[in-house]
Each structure stands twice: as structure tokens, then as C-alpha cells.
Design a protein around this ligand. Structure first.
Ligand SMILES: CC(=O)N[C@H]1[C@H]([C@H](O)[C@H](O)CO)O[C@](OP(=O)(O)OC[C@H]2O[C@@H](n3ccc(N)nc3=O)[C@H](O)[C@@H]2O)(C(=O)O)C[C@@H]1O
Ligand SMILES: CC(=O)N[C@@H]1[C@@H](O[C@@H]2O[C@H](CO)[C@H](O)[C@H](O)[C@H]2O)[C@H](O)[C@@H](CO)O[C@H]1O
Length: 333
């Protein structure tokens, strides 16, 4: 090869790299995977109480006394008064809730309780997990928190196969609990409206299903053990909205502004764990209309219009938590 064609080849390669870098910036996730190297599989040192210390800086000390899951005794004997209605409190939904708490459970499993230091990872549903090869790293955490209908089957290499906790609501419960979870996965209901309690009651007690009152038809059959179901304390939704997003808690609007389930899960993890890592968080830029948002399906930001989320505000909140060291990110942000 002549030295002239050598230079031509080199110039072509350089142009290709420049185009790829430009494309990765403009299309966000599309090519960034090529430049992305997963972090080492070595376990991070874990310091007992560290996440709680960070949480108190963000959320204040009020959260220390709050149970993670709602308990029957607080509604059966004492009738805990709540200032807010769902999704920020339980005001007005107490009777339905009482029936659900009578058939479900509230304990934190011994396998989590007995850990000297709880290493947790919150797995968001973002597209940036695709081709991340983070499955092995994710599986090594003591507690793996997943969200909604995010699949593991077929994606084990990128997202792992362990699920300790899965947050869901009726409209997001379209997953096979046996295939996408482990036998002991805790299924944690995030209630947004009274009908959500009604749905779980009909499913678990095999009562007549109700079809009205949901923005999307929830499953009519859902094969789970009621003892694995927990009800998330709406207090965590309240503090995520208030302290992370500065949202008003009392909102007259029909579609309430609220944190995404992922941001809620990070809030929960900061109260349950000693070390909190996150992966798969981050939406494309609003101008990026073509970028798919999930690692498992082809939908864009358009699908979220009218869902009551402010993803740019959430990105600021997550960046703040990353900067102060409250959480660490396994993917890029
Ligand atoms: C159409 C629609 O309603 N989409 C909502 C979906 C949908 O209801 C479920 O997937 C069930 O099908 O649920 C949401 O979220 P979703 O289930 O998409 O994702 C779970 C959480 O992952 C984080 N995420 C996701 C994608 C992405 N590109 N970046 C991210 O950071 C977010 O923190 C997100 O919460 C939800 O519950 O929050 C929020 C979405 O608005
Ligand atoms: C697709 C959409 O915009 N749905 C909204 C629904 O938003 C979703 O609510 C979920 C809780 O049920 C969860 O917060 C999810 O992240 C949201 O995307 C609104 O809550 C609902 C209010 O009536 O209206 C639906 O159209």
C-alpha cells in the first residue's frame, strides 16, 4: 500500500470516529455502548448506616421512624391518621387498606435483616442497560430492586436474574410473577389510588374483578403468594415528591405531578440499605424523539406524555444525589 492510500485510510477512520461520537451525542444511547466499559465486579466497601446518614441530609430525620411497609396494627388498633390522600398518604382509603393488610404481610425478610451491611442496587428500566453486560455485577448485590414489568428472562446478561424487591402498581403488573422474579421476591405495591388496593384484594382473595377505574387494564389473573406482597408506605412518595422534586403535595389537578417509580425506589433504598447503587437511569433529551427509552421494548418519550412526571427535574435530583455520594451509578448519566 502506498503512503498516500495509507493517509486516506487513516483520514477515513478518523472521520468515522468523529461521526460516531457526534451520533452518540445526538442520539444519546445509540452508539455510546461502543465506548462504554462496565465497572469492575469487585465488591465496594460497605459502611453500616452510610445511606441513612446521606438520607437524613436529603430527607431530614422524620423518615427514621417510618416503617418501610404499611402494617396492619397501625390501621387495625390505632387507626393511624394520615394528612394526605394517595399517592402521598392513606387518608380516605383506610377501610380498603385494612382488608389488604389483613391478607398480606409487612415484615422485612430475615435474609435482608440479618445482613451486616446491605448492599443494594436499584435497576431502572432505561435503554442504557442494553448491551451493558452488567448482569453479573447486578447479581452480586444483596438486594436487587426492580421496577414495574421490567423483564429479566432473555436479558440476564445485561440486567441480571436476581430480584429481591419489585415495585409495581396494577397497571404495571403485566409480568409473569413466576418467570420474571425469584421464588422469594417481595412484590411491593405502590398505591396511587384507592382502586389499587381494591385490585390487589380481588386478585389475592379471588373476588370478582373490577375493570373500571384504571388508566390501563391491570391483569385479571396474577399468580402470587399473598405473603410475598407488601404495601409501600406512601410516606416515601411524599418525601420523594417534596424533598427531591419540590412538588406540592396537595394538588387539585386530575393528573397529579409525582415522582417516577424509579426515583421512589431510590428513596426507598436510601432508607432500607447501607449502600445504594443505581443502573439504567436516565431519559433521552426531550428533543430526541426517536430514541427508545426501555431496554426491552421500542417506545419513546412520547408514551410518557401526560403521565405527571418531570424527567428533567428528576435528572437534576439524581445528579445531586450522585454528586453528594449518596448513590453511585453503574451506567452513565
Ligand atoms: C406509558 C407509561 O405510563 N409509562 C410509565 C411506565 C409504565 O406505567 C410502566 O412501565 C408499566 O407499563 O412506568 C414508569 O416508568 P418505567 O416503567 O418506564 O421505568 C421504570 C423507572 O425507570 C427509570 N427510567 C426508565 C427509563 C429511562 N429511560 N430512564 C429511567 O430513568 C424511571 O425512574 C422509571 O420510573 C413509572 O412507573 O415510573 C413511568 C412511565 O411514565
Ligand atoms: C400513560 C399515562 O400517561 N398514564 C397516566 C397515568 O400515569 C402513570 O401513572 C402510574 C400510576 O398509576 C405511574 O405513576 C406512571 O409512572 C405514570 O406514567 C396517570 O397517573 C393517570 C391519572 O389518571 O392518567 C394516565 O393517563
Amino acid at each position: 500500500m502506498t503512503s498516500k492510500s495509507h493517509w486516506k485510510l487513516l483520514a477515513l477512520a478518523l472521520i468515522l470516529v468523529v461521526v460516531m461520537v457526534w451520533y452518540s451525542i445526538s442520539r444519546e444511547d445509540k452508539y455510546i455502548e461502543f465506548f462504554y466499559f462496565p465497572i469492575s465486579e469487585k465488591k465496594e466497601p460497605c459502611f453500616q448506616g452510610e445511606a441513612e446518614r446521606q438520607a437524613s441530609k436529603i430527607f431530614g430525620n422524620r423518615s427514621r421512624e417510618q416503617p418501610i411497609f404499611l402494617q396492619l396494627k397501625d390501621y387495625f388498633w390505632v387507626k393511624t391518621p394520615s394528612t394526605y390522600e394517595l399517592p402521598f398518604g392513606t387518608k380516605g382509603s383506610e377501610d380498603l387498606l385494612l382488608r389488604v393488610l389483613a391478607i398480606t404481610s409487612y415484615s422485612i425478610p430475615e435474609s435482608i435483616k440479618s445482613l451486616e451491611c446491605r448492599r443494594c442496587v436499584v435497576v431502572g428500566n432505561g435503554h442504557r442497560l442494553r448491551n451493558s453486560s452488567l448482569g453479573g455485577v447486578i447479581n452480586k448485590y444483596d438486594v436487587v430492586i426492580r421496577l414495574n414489568n421490567a423483564p429479566v428472562a432473555g436479558y440476564e446478561g445485561d440486567v441480571g436474574s436476581k430480584t429481591t424487591i419489585r415495585l409495581f402498581y396494577p397497571e404495571s403488573a403485566h409480568f409473569d410473577p413466576k418467570i420474571e422474579n425469584n421464588p422469594d421476591t417481595l412484590l411491593v405495591l405502590v398505591a396511587f389510588k384507592a382502586m389499587d388496593f381494591h385490585w390487589i384484594e380481588t386478585i389475592l382473595s379471588d373476588k370478582k374483578r373490577v375493570r373500571k377505574g384504571f388508566w390501563k387494564q391491570p391483569p385479571l389473573i396474577w399468580d402470587v403468594n399473598p405473603k410475598q406482597v407488601r404495601i409501600l408506605n406512601p410516606f416515601f412518595m411524599e418525601i420523594a415528591a417534596d424533598k427531591l422534586l419540590s412538588l406540592p403535595i396537595q394538588q387539585p389537578r386530575k393528573i397529579k405531578q409525582k415522582p417516577t417509580t424509579g426515583l421512589l425506589a431510590i428513596t426507598l433504598a436510601l432508607h432500607l440499605c447501607d449502600l445504594v447503587h443505581i443502573a439504567g437511569f436516565g431519559y433521552p433529551d426531550a428533543s430526541n424523539k426517536k430514541q427508545t427509552i426501555h431496554y426491552y421494548e421500542q417506545i419513546t418519550l412520547k408514551s410518557m406524555a401526560g403521565s405527571g412526571h418531570n424527567v428533567s427535574q428528576e435528572a437534576i435530583a439524581i445528579k445531586r444525589m450522585l454528586e453528594m455520594g449518596a448513590v453511585k451509578n453503574l451506567t452513565y448519566f
